[in-house]
Design a binder for this molecule. Structure first.
Ligand code: HEC
Length: 307
């Protein structure tokens, strides 16, 4: 565990508090920022739905539900509450309030009621440069978890899901590629359809009620919001315990046509590169992809380019 927060910040306002990777910090990775569009729908997926997706994967991928689904604390719950993790590259969060408070502290450097303790710069106090009393994002009666943190969560809940390109999706290649995506097994993890919980369902430890706009909706994330070892693991443990060291969340493929760097580390720049890196639990599916004809591969790539 790093002293001074979960990441090495790239920039600083003063050279004396610039963070650096230390000698001996061998477990490290780059992480690309995740898209948050449509995450309000993801927050409204019942734990039971994610458990069913995991259970259906066991015959082809092996393992148990607990290998793929981790339960993580909901920070804003009034009594200690665990919920199926679904946000972040390691499924480290289950609610958008917890996720926003975490990002505000660790990525941006702003404390809030749920994350009131300022990070140090690798153990060195930053107090000289930070004179605002904590929590910097204050609570109000109408926003007990922080004015900004609650606004971020509300904003994310108001976003639509990344839309497909209807013209590209209708091409014969993309239509054929869509069928191949299912038949060779990509859709085992890159789940096509998920139905959100009914409006009125209470979740996040009774702090959130699924609104009509997000309830009982069919979404097409092309992701299962579960974690898998596909051989790309970064060695880092977040909320899931030692067994999650080398697992990553299936990247949801909605909106993937807009991304130029792929996988958690951004180290793959083409779909073929990203697919070739799928080993471990995804090894058999990758091998089936490799055996496709050139035409079929082109069709599958045309489908990905339409998402
Ligand atoms: C066993 C589960 C599993 C299967 C099967 C699987 N994937 Fe993935 N996929 C993942 C995981 C996990 C990641 C994220 C890995 C990482 O970031 O290190 C991922 C990432 C990707 C990405 C990168 C997306 C991004 O935004 O960075 C693409 C593209 C992709 N998969 C396509 C495919 C295709 C095409 C197939 C079928 C040939 C497939 N996957 C089969 C689990 C799977």
């Amino acid at each position: 565990m790093l002293s001074g927060g979960s990441l090495i910040n790239d920039r600083t306002i003063d050279p004396s508090i610039q963070e650096h990777v230390s000698y001996g910090d061998e477990v490290r990775t780059f992480r690309t920022s995740l898209n948050t569009l449509g995450d309000g729908f993801v927050e409204c997926i019942d734990d039971g739905t994610l458990q069913s997706i995991a259970a259906a994967q066991i015959p082809s991928l092996g393992g148990t539900i607990a290998d793929k689904l981790i339960m993580v604390p909901v920070l804003e719950a009034r009594t200690p509450t665990l919920r199926a993790g679904r946000f972040g590259w390691k499924n480290q969060h289950a609610s958008l309030i917890s996720f926003s408070a975490d990002a505000y502290l660790n990525e941006v450097g702003i404390t809030s009621p749920l994350q009131p303790t300022e990070n140090t710069s690798m153990g060195n106090s930053v107090t000289v440069f930070d004179k605002v009393p904590d929590p910097e994002d204050p609570a109000k009666p109408s926003a007990p978890f922080g004015v900004d943190v609650e606004a971020f969560a509300r904003f994310i809940r108001a976003t639509k899901v990344p839309p497909r390109d209807a013209t590209l999706a209708a091409t014969p290649d993309a239509v054929a590629g869509s069928t191949l995506f299912d038949s060779i097994g990509c859709a085992i993890c890159h789940t096509r359809d998920i139905v959100t919980a009914p409006a009125g369902t209470m979740s996040n430890g009774h702090t959130f009620t699924v609104p009509p706009a997000l309830g009982n909706k069919i979404i097409h994330p092309f992701g299962d919001f579960l974690i898998h070892d596909i051989g790309t693991g970064d060695g880092i443990v977040q909320n899931g315990g030692p067994a999650t060291r080398n697992k990553m969340r299936t990247a949801p493929l909605w909106g993937v046509r807009t991304r130029s760097r792929l996988m958690h580390d951004g180290n793959s720049t083409t779909f073929i590169d990203a697919i070739s890196r799928h080993g471990g639990e995804a090894g058999d599916v990758r091998d089936t992809f490799v055996r496709l004809s050139d035409t079929e591969k082109r069709q599958l790539l045309a489908f990905l380019s339409s998402l």
